[in-house]
Design a protein around this ligand. Structure first.
Ligand code: PHE
Length: 350
């Protein structure tokens, strides 16, 4: 083997043990670098006689090409290996099941509230929200329920600190305080017109929201929902209450022949008063009357507390239980399921 052949062979061996591109560059320098073996041989040519120079030069050149070819092969091999590694590391397993993003949805009671708002909205009712922590005045006194009134005992609630005449001190036991709050605002807005004897635009509002009582069993929760309704004008009668509420229930339950019963009852803030029952022919509570709301003609004292003259303005109010409506609509028999937060139960309504 000539010295040139062994250089090419050495180069091939040195290149093949190079694992990284940097290794390979170092190995290349040993042969083709400034003082590499091939370069040194080239430098030595100068000292040779002319006729030898030519043939020796050609031989060195050939060896150089051999080294370069080996270098190129190894470079390509390293690049391929690198690519394979990268492909492996970034491999996509298209057979893996996709990652699901669980989709949230509205709570069944929220679905009912939306439905109530849509139906009453279509009948021209405004939707109002009020505070859950109330004053004694709005929750009781303004609603014709003075401090010593026995009806207060049915509305035992949770009291919070504070409780001056203006500071809220109790969790509201019903949405009825919104009758006063909304009407007072409405009257304030139209005061000039009312004082001038003009026709005040009617008060027509529903007020859904959370309410609280010291009560807890399968059909009572210490936190529950109510939706108040109020319609006050110069000529609003009990008949209007029956029509509006019957229409609402038939639309809500999608049943044109739903039968309602207005059963005489008592509330301090309405006179006369009625509980509203729905008769269910089919479904779990077949043939039974189920109470869905309290209602009545707004008491003159309450109309007065709204800032209106009860001789001129009259109307009705109702307070229904959206939780109860949700149970009836979906056939759920335990109210507590709505507030346990069990996703297996709640996801059935999506
Ligand atoms: N606020 C009453 C209750 O919670 C219901 C009601 C509202 C009755 C409006 C009459 C008028 O029981």
């Amino acid at each position: 083997m000539t010295d040139l052949d062994s250089i090419v062979e050495d180069a091939g061996a040195a290149f093949s043990v190079a694992i990284t591109p940097a290794d390979l560059e170092n190995a290349k320098a040993q042969f083709l670098g400034k003082s590499g073996r091939i370069t040194e041989l080239m430098k030595g040519l100068a000292a040779l006689p002319v006729e030898e120079k030519k043939s020796r030069g050609a031989a060195i050149n050939q060896a150089k090409q051999g080294v370069e070819a080996a270098l190129t092969v190894r470079r390509q091999a390293l690049a391929d290996a690198e690519l394979q590694l990268q492909l492996k590391a970034e491999a996509l397993d298209v057979s893996l099941p996709g990652r699901q993003r669980p989709q949230g949805g509205l709570h069944p009671v929220s679905l009912t509230l939306e439905r109530i708002e849509a139906i009453f909205g279509s009948m021209g009712f405004d939707v109002a929200q009020g505070p859950e922590i109330e004053t004694d005045w709005f929750n009781f006194t303004a609603l014709n329920t003075p401090e010593d009134h026995p009806a207060r005992s049915m509305h035992d609630t949770f009291y919070v600190e504070g409780g001056t005449d203006t500071a809220p001190n109790l969790l509201r036991t019903h949405t009825s305080p919104m009758q006063i709050r909304y009407a007072v605002q409405h009257v304030k807005k139209h005061r000039a017109l009312i004082d001038a004897g003009g026709a005040m635009p009617e008060i027509r509002v529903i007020a859904p929201g959370r309410t609280y009582r010291v009560d807890s069993d399968a059909t009572h929760s210490p936190m529950f929902h109510q939706c108040e309704g109020l319609w006050i004008g110069e000529n609003v009668s009990f008949k209007d209450l029956k029509v509006v509420f019957t229409d609402f229930c038939r639309t809500f339950f999608e049943s044109d022949d739903l039968v309602l019963r207005f059963r005489p009852s008592f509330f301090p803030f309405t006179e006369p008063s009625a509980e509203i029952d729905i008769q269910f022919q089919a479904g779990p509570p077949a043939g039974r009357w189920l109470e869905v709301a309290g209602s009545g003609q707004v008491h003159p004292n309450v109309v007065r507390n709204m800032g209106l003259d009860p001789e001129k303005y009259i109307g009705f109010a109702f307070g229904m239980g959206p939780d109860r409506l949700t149970m009836l609509r979906y056939g759920v028999n335990d109210l507590r399921l709505f507030f346990d937060g069990d996703i297996r139960f709640l996801s059935q309504f999506q």
